[in-house]
Design a protein. Sequence first.
Length: 231
Amino acid sequence: MICKKSVKNRIGIVLAGMSLVAVTACTSIPDHSAPGYASTPPAAMTPPPNASGAIYQSGYDLVLFEDLRARRIGDVLRVILVEQTDAEQSSKTEIDKENSNSMANPTLFGKQRTFGSNSFGLDVDSAHEFEGEGESNQSNKLSGSIAVTVANVLPNGNLVVQGEKWIQINQGNEFIRLKGIVRPVDVSSANTVLSTQIADAKISYGGTGALNEANVVGWLARFFMSPLWPF
């Protein structure tokens, strides 16, 4: 007869495992609205003051020599993604160590002493050898474009830009997020800038949905591949 207490323990273990799987699955899905990449609206415009009778009226000026480049908070800037990285690393290590120690049979009262047919002499030889080799290759490429907004203007005139773009394809979503600092001189007359010209750039590309979840390693497999696994 099966004890009711053991059955409850088994049910509790199963429920705990299911809860762990659910929590792990939820944490693998990124947030759809990251506050660090939200668009920044422009500052509210103050109404112009009343006319004072002078020729120049503040708030009614017309700029004739200003282009459409982003320069104020809330302005939109288009970033051309031209990221490409290639990395290759290889290492090889060889270690050899040999030790040899010997001790002659001791002589006592002019005669070498023995223990039966064995002497007290000692010869010790040891050899250690280690050889390791590793190689790593990585290549990444990201192309396209994304429109971002100016979140802040630094005292030196540089622009802090941020933004994200979401695309829904079939049963999944793909997103591109970008954040960094742009020099106004690097902005072209078409109001574009290359991603390689952005300082402190943080660019992320990912997705959600069935296809993305199929490429995620399960929590049990991640445990066996983690440093916590001792074998």
